[in-house]
Write a protein that binds this ligand. Structure first.
Ligand code: GLC
Length: 562
């Protein structure tokens, strides 16, 4: 393979605009809020901002259902504010990535409204249709990500259209060249306005298996999530490469961060190699294998995740580093808006919140790759505590809650469980201070909000031992060549300890972390080091007969010359 140049210098800060800062008192975050906090973002040390979609949308799926790709949703602002945001971000040396939804539009989009007019409409072929062959029989047994069939009948007598997500989000037909051209036009429109690239939403689904065959392994009459028929098909590479080539004719440096939820390392390489031909990096959701055995059987098992399986996690990281990290850029992340907050999911949000938030960041971000951090993780935000029952995407939530209480589970535990499975677990309003609405707004936020005395920006900004202060230091450490360009080597250690080495020219760093709530003894042979060589410390370490003892969720990062 040629072209192994790796440019792992970006550090991306993901902003969920709806939950970041509300400046017009409607309980919804806005672009002006992002502009007001650019200095804060700059001070974190990150280099780029990825904004979840801000385009005009009916908000069936918080903006991932776009009805007009060329305008900003009025709830967020307008074109003038976009121009100001880009300008002010660039003045501070920050790049801006927008979130581009390629796979589907809103059903309210003009194209779909036209398509509904019938088979002769020129926009009909922008979407995917299947005639009803047998009365009331669905075209196949594929299940949509949001539940129910992927097929929806347009009207009593009409055909079925295809939707992988909500029925208000019909999938585009990427086999149609006109669709591909439209998307390139959209991408160029915002690049012309000055943005620096895109996060490409759900692009791995752009092609579906020809003929839409049934998944034959499914139980008769049941729907199944048959991803092999609609994720990562070979044609996706062609569409992606064409898209990339066209926009890079004018914008060779446009950054493309792809969302490839189910991509395995081999597929990730196709999506990112060689550099400049497709995505720069992708986010796969496969990084965190969970231990099925560590589920709490008092709660419904199928909706729970268990606890991080540290050995399996080490295996995944090692494999991605070898297969992807060696040839292109891999992303490093702990959170995103579709997952629970990392400190709740992977760490310990009650007993060791500070230590686990810091150690997770050390373990993840000092590896080789591009960090992508979700707003709020830098202050250790945990899952949003549910106070209302709406907007959770939990079926029959009242019933589930009542059943849990009947089983003798406390209200607090039942709510924590429901909070963890809610779609908004990580979309709670940003905690700027400890006021009633956490400084996010002067009115009740759309999402609800956690009000916490310690876990907010105002308190942590002035505390040298806070998670926020630690994140700033960690980001500075990460920016050194040793951690951006250095080679990566996992070291043998007994789980739940994870350890790896970075090497660059005559320097090496060793990262040693305890990913558990109990003290652990490390058997790793460390080079001789003095206090000055310890570049980052979380929790405590001590010597015990030649080995190092790590307190719960402790980390030690040392740097020495070779
Ligand atoms: C992506 C987004 C998710 C959205 C989906 C449909 O997975 O991250 O929030 O629901 O695409 O656009």
């Amino acid at each position: 393979m040629e072209n192994t140049q790796i440019n792992s210098e970006e550090i991306i800060y993901q902003i969920y605009p709806k939950s970041f800062l509300d400046t017009n008192h409607d309980g919804i975050g806005d672009l002006n809020g992002v502009i007001q906090r650019l200095d804060y973002i700059k001070e974190l040390g990150v280099t780029a901002i990825w904004l979840n979609p801000i385009f005009t949308s009916p908000h069936v799926d918080n903006g991932y259902d776009i009805s007009d790709y060329y305008t900003v949703d009025p709830q967020y602002g307008n074109m003038t504010l976009v121009a100001r945001l880009i300008d002010e971000a660039h003045k501070r040396g920050l790049k801006i990535l927008f979130d581009l939804v390629l796979n589907h539009t809103s059903s309210k989009h003009y194209w779909f409204q036209e398509a509904l007019k019938g088979p002769d409409n020129p926009y009909r072929d922008y979407y995917i249709w299947k005639e009803e062959e047998e009365k009331e029989k669905l075209p196949n047994n594929w299940k949509s990500f949001f539940g129910g069939s992927v097929w929806e009948k347009e009207s009593e007598i009409g055909a079925y259209y295809f939707h992988l997500f909500d029925k208000e989000m019909p999938d585009l037909n990427w086999q149609n060249e006109a669709v591909r051209k439209e998307m390139i036009k959209v991408a160029e429109f915002w690049l012309d306005k000055g943005i620096d690239g895109y996060r490409l939403d759900a692009f791995i689904h752009m092609e579906k298996a020809g003929g839409y065959p049934d998944a034959r392994y499914a139980d008769p009459g049941k729907l199944v999530s048959a991803e092999e028929f609609f994720a990562n098909l070979p044609q996706v590479d062609d569409y992606l490469r064409e898209f990339s080539a066209r926009i890079r004719e004018t914008y060779p440096n446009a950054y493309l961060l792809g969302e490839a939820a189910s991509a395995v390392p081999e597929r990730a390489v196709n999506y990112t190699f060689p550099k400049g031909k497709a995505c720069d990096s992708i986010v796969s959701f496969k990084y965190f294998p969970m231990d099925e055995k560590k589920k709490d059987d008092r709660f419904p098992l199928e909706s729970q995740e268990g606890k991080l399986n540290v050995t399996a996690f080490k295996q995944v990281m090692d494999e991605w580093q070898r297969k992807v990290g060696e040839v292109s850029e891999m992303t490093l992340y702990l959170n995103n808006h579709d997952m629970q907050r990392a400190v709740s999911r992977l760490g310990d949000p009650t007993e060791f919140r500070e230590e686990s938030a810091k150690t997770l960041a050390v373990v993840m971000y000092l590896q080789r790759g591009v960090p992508v951090m979700l707003n709020g993780e830098e202050i250790g935000m945990k899952n949003l505590e549910l106070k209302r029952w709406e907007n959770t995407r939990i079926e029959r939530i009242h019933e589930v809650y009542a059943t849990l209480l009947d089983r003798g589970i406390s209200k607090e535990e039942a709510r924590n469980y429901l909070s963890s499975i809610s779609i908004n677990a990580s979309r709670g309003a940003m905690q700027w201070n400890d006021e009633r609405f956490a400084g996010f707004s002067t009115v009740e936020p759309w999402s609800g909000v956690n009000q916490e005395r310690m876990y907010n920006v105002a308190v942590q900004e002035v505390d040298p031992s806070s998670i926020l202060t630690f994140y700033k230091r960690l980001i500075q450490v990460k920016k050194k060549a040793l951690f951006t360009h250095g080679a990566y080597e996992m070291l043998v250690s007994k789980s739940p300890i994870m350890s790896y080495r970075r090497i660059y020219e005559d320097e090496q760093a060793i990262v040693l972390s305890n990913l558990s709530g109990e003290p652990q003894k490390s058997e790793i042979d460390l080079p001789l080091f003095s206090d000055q060589d310890a570049v980052l410390i979380v929790g405590e370490y001590s010597y015990d007969e030649g080995a190092i003892m790590l307190s719960p969720y402790a980390s030690l990062v040392i740097k020495t010359t070779l």
